[in-house]
Design a protein around this ligand. Structure first.
Ligand code: PRP
Ligand code: URA
Length: 212
């Protein structure tokens, strides 16, 4: 795969360790959900590295000092339903005041094209840094459509976080949305004929919610 300036692939031993357990078909729903959350938290540290800080005055027991804070209203998390829901708590663990919007997309199983079925975003979303989250980036159709939907509603600062990605999906998102920073915990080999990621982890939504 080409190198993209706007794509950041994690190469962290702790993420490798957790992703190995996540992929295992013997890993049950509870552990799967916990791992998705933990991996997201680790990714959030890195993806928040450049968020906007504002100076604040703090009085310590010893003196008055100028410190820096992330404005509480400035961050929004937008999970792509359903599987993206599994990542929300992972961001909230480190930034609990982030507002949450939802975008519902499903892949039509015949055409593999994403269909939007729901969109509800926090007020003032256009002025926030938006973290779009979905554990799986396969063909990139869902992510690209969700990014289009956010931009249509005025979002200008968007970051996209996915846990497992196929090269096809990374390329599609990176080229269609060069202004969006993409954070991928693990880059996989390829897509199979049903557009599932290889080696992947199967259907993330089903494994998170026990629907199959
Ligand atoms: C999965 C996944 C992504 C999408 C990725 O969702 O969570 O949203 O597929 O595939 P793409 O890159 O080819 O668009 P799915 O459509 O299975 O819906 P679900 O989250 O409700 O299970
Ligand atoms: N969606 C998933 O949940 N898994 C894949 O491998 C591809 C899309």
């Amino acid at each position: 795969m080409k190198n993209y300036k706007n794509v950041f692939v994690f190469d962290h031993p702790l993420i490798k360790h957790k992703v190995a357990i996540l992929r295992d078909k013997k890993t049950g729903m509870k552990e799967f959900r916990e791992l998705v959350e933990e991996i997201t938290t680790i990714m959030t540290y890195e993806s928040m590295r450049d968020v906007r800080l504002v100076p604040v005055t703090v009085e310590t027991p010893l003196e008055v000092t100028t410190q820096y804070k992330v404005p509480e209203e400035s961050i929004a998390i937008v999970p792509i339903l359903r599987a993206g829901l599994g990542m929300v708590n992972g961001v909230h663990k480190v930034f609990p005041t982030a507002r949450v919007g939802h975008i519902g997309m499903y892949r039509d199983e015949q055409t593999m094209e994403p269909q939007e079925y729901y969109c509800k975003l926090p007020d003032g979303i256009e002025n926030k840094t938006v973290f779009l989250v979905d554990p799986m980036l396969a063909t990139g159709g869902s992510a690209c459509d969700a990014l289009d939907a956010l931009k249509k509603r005025g979002c200008k600062r968007i970051k996209f976080m996915a846990i497992i990605a196929a090269p096809e999906g990374v390329q599609r998102v990176a080229e269609a949305h060069p202004d969006v920073t993409v954070y991928i915990s693990t880059l996989d080999r390829a897509l199979n004929e049903n557009c599932y990621i290889l080696p992947g982890l199967g259907d993330a939504g089903d494994r998170l919610f026990g629907t199959k």
